[in-house]
Design a binder for this molecule. Sequence first.
Ligand SMILES: [Mn+2]
Length: 325
Amino acid sequence: MSITSIKEEIVKSKKIGLSFHTSPDGDAIGSTLSLLRAIRSIGKEAYIISRDVIPDNLSFLALSEEIDGNTLEPDSNTDLVIVLDCGNIDRISAHLDNYDGKIINIDHHLSNEQYGFINYVDPTCAATAEISYLLIKELGIDFNKKTSLEIDIAKSIYTSLVTDTGSFRHSNVTKRTHLIASEVIELGIDNSKIHSNLFDNKDFNKVKLMGCILANVELALENKVAVMQISKNILENFNLINVDTSDIISIGLGIKGVEVALLLKESEKGIKVSLRSKNNVDVRKVAECYGGGGHMKAAGAIQKDLDLETAKSNLLKTLKEEMKL
Ligand SMILES: [Mn+2]
């Protein structure tokens, strides 16, 4: 499907809801808020549908206050819902069971379920915001103008690029990623301040939690796999039930000789598993064995009705096969 056909649907629609994956990260939010700002600028009524509340470190973005967790399903008269950065219909941060209008699915996850009436899924994009950027330009936004509209959009897009590429270090980064970054930087946005907002903004308890997790990291499978575990107890003690742990798992991958980092988190829904790969191990395949998905080097899944130990040994068994050890 083409960007033009998405633009046509937007122009045709009266009321547009935007949503993203649950527990939204910088790309889910940046790709959505940039598009929301652009859609409104052409005079369309658009709003956020999200059961999640904006994470503190992303609250500097324009319109972020609208991600308040109060609109759980499409308002009446909504004739289009655009879902960004979400591969699985079950992971959308919106309740769509009673909605019978159109859905457009804009994403970059390889394991995307193509649940939309239009599916624009491009796994070569480092971030979903690379697609938002194309669509925003198609909607007529001119970055040469440098008004608050373009600057707000630029900050959201830059945030998406930085967060989904590990600050431009992952192998998903392409020339296009840098070209888009270059174009939005040209608007005079303060990249250093954005980095500080994103990363130098940790809750004190989060840093202490990191210490506890790192103190107990284990190595498995010929020291090629780093395993980290977080029990519900420890999350409750630190009052961090919904904490984002993507930065913690990256530290595991930083260990010399480690090829895969594994983080298991006990939650209401089951054991949440995150996987990261340094080089050639396709962790998406491992996640898919447990009904999850993601990218080759970053994936996740949930294992239900079992304890941390069992979830861990299941995963190590699957990983052992995948890594041919
Ligand atoms: Mn993404």
